[in-house]
Design a protein around this ligand. Structure first.
Ligand SMILES: [Zn+2]
Length: 221
């Protein structure tokens, strides 16, 4: 029995009755570190006269959640382009060019312009840096698909926990909260797909191993 007991764009809670704890824990972990999302990965800073160092600025940009259209992009290392610069299948260019007038101003995620409308900051209100009068910032940034295993900035969840209802009956609740790059429901569905693929591959490799063994020893059996 799988029952959705709570669902919104950012949060989902699903009850798994009759599933072993290992299965639910595997989903929890995959949701955290194996479901891919987009994040800013490379930043080319052309101008930065703010007080913030370039490295800190780049780090901050990496942590801005970006909307991620599922299955539109591939990981750069898996892309057919084989190019370190990437192509429209494996990266999105974002840029920003802001100069403060007399009053100074706060640069926010709203100032970031994406070449692809489907990949952009999930909120306009994320502060990036404060500019004093006359200071300016100009950069280009590349967003790429990645997973939480590589770096925390690619983690699609803020919360991913398993609660026990009745362990003697294998009854558990998995709760997921999204950072906003993907709807919580999509994170769970992707996690289930990835886990099923792993189980299939494992079955194939065990099956293949047994077949190879049987072929090598045709008298077994
Ligand atoms: Zn590519």
């Amino acid at each position: 029995m799988i029952e959705v007991i709570e669902q919104s764009e950012s949060r989902i809670a699903v009850r798994f009755g009759g599933y072993p704890i290992q299965y639910v824990n595997a989903l929890r972990r995959i949701a955290m570190v194996e479901v891919p999302i987009m994040a800013i990965d490379d930043v080319v800073i052309y101008e930065n006269s703010s007080v913030m160092h370039d490295e800190i600025l780049a780090h901050r940009l990496g942590l801005i959640p970006l909307s991620t259209p599922l299955h539109r992009f591939v990981r750069q290392e898996e892309c057919e382009c084989k190019s370190p610069l990437g192509c429209p299948r494996c990266r999105v260019l974002l840029y920003l060019d802001v100069r403060a007038d007399e009053k100074g101003r706060i640069v926010t995620s709203a100032d970031i312009i994406s070449e692809d409308e489907s990949v952009k900051p999930i909120s306009d209100n994320i502060p990036i840096v404060t500019l004093a009068k006359g200071q300016g910032i100009r950069f280009e940034a590349y967003a790429r698909l990645g997973i939480g295993k590589m770096h925390a900035k690619w983690q699609p969840t803020t919360v991913s926990i398993v609660k026990e209802v009745d362990s003697s009956k294998d009854d558990y609740i998995l709760e997921l909260e999204s950072v906003g790059s993907l709807p919580a429901r999509d994170i769970l569905i992707e996690a289930i797909n990835i886990l099923e693929e792993k189980i299939t591959n494992l079955g194939d490799s065990i099956g293949g191993g047994l077949r190879a063994y049987a072929d090598a020893k045709p008298n077994i059996g």
